[in-house]
Design a protein. Structure first.
Length: 202
């Protein structure tokens, strides 16, 4: 759920600013207002990434078969590198399930989403509690499972499109459909974006 909160906050802020611009009849675009806002958001994301960067680097050292940038692309897509508050309660059954840890793992699928937090816990021999509460363990455990799937599927190398089966296997989304396609597009977009070099992408 946290991955939607930040997006919702940004959209509300942009809506308020747009309304203010119209009412005041000011040309914020000319003054670089939106450019400044975009830079502030980017700097905040970069700050959050730098807190996790040592854990990503450790994961790549432990599992060198994983191409650089893959782990960051998952974390950015789901959480923008923000570690969700573990004290937040799960919402009612009709709400989108919340995610845990910097990799955005789902614990309660509510009969629709796949519970990839349990999947990572089972295949990494880590406890659910440790994955929920410890950002380092969450990243390392995710990397361990990813590396195991590389061996199982015999997928290695730098070509991102080869890793689709692993992205699908480790996602909480239904394996087919628009949601999964959008998820894969978000990963590719992050890795192709030249600004992502700030987030460990070669």
């Amino acid at each position: 759920m946290e991955r939607y909160k930040r997006l919702h906050l940004i959209l509300v802020l942009l809506l308020v600013l747009t309304t203010w611009r119209t009412s005041c009849q000011q040309d914020f675009t000319k003054e670089g207002f939106y450019d400044d806002l975009r830079k502030r958001i980017q700097l905040r994301i970069l700050h959050d990434y730098e807190l996790l960067e040592p854990y990503f680097n450790e994961a790549y050292r432990n599992f060198p078969s994983i191409p650089r940038g893959i782990l960051e692309s998952i974390s950015y897509t789901y959480t923008r590198f923000v570690v969700p508050d573990t004290d937040t309660l799960e919402l009612d059954d009709n709400a989108i399930p919340r995610t845990y840890g910097p990799m955005g793992l789902t614990l309660h699928g509510k009969n629709y989403f796949r519970e990839n937090l349990r999947y990572v816990a089972q295949h990494s021999n880590c406890t659910i509690e440790s994955l929920v509460k410890d950002a380092r363990i969450s990243i390392l455990a995710y990397a361990a499972v990813f590396a195991d799937l590389q061996k199982e599927y015999v997928i290695f190398g730098e070509k991102v499109e080869k890793y689709v089966p692993i992205f699908v296997a480790m996602s909480e989304l239904p394996k087919e459909g628009v949601a999964m396609n959008l998820h894969l597009y978000a990963i590719y977009h992050f890795l192709a974006d030249t600004t992502s070099v700030s987030f460990g992408v070669p």
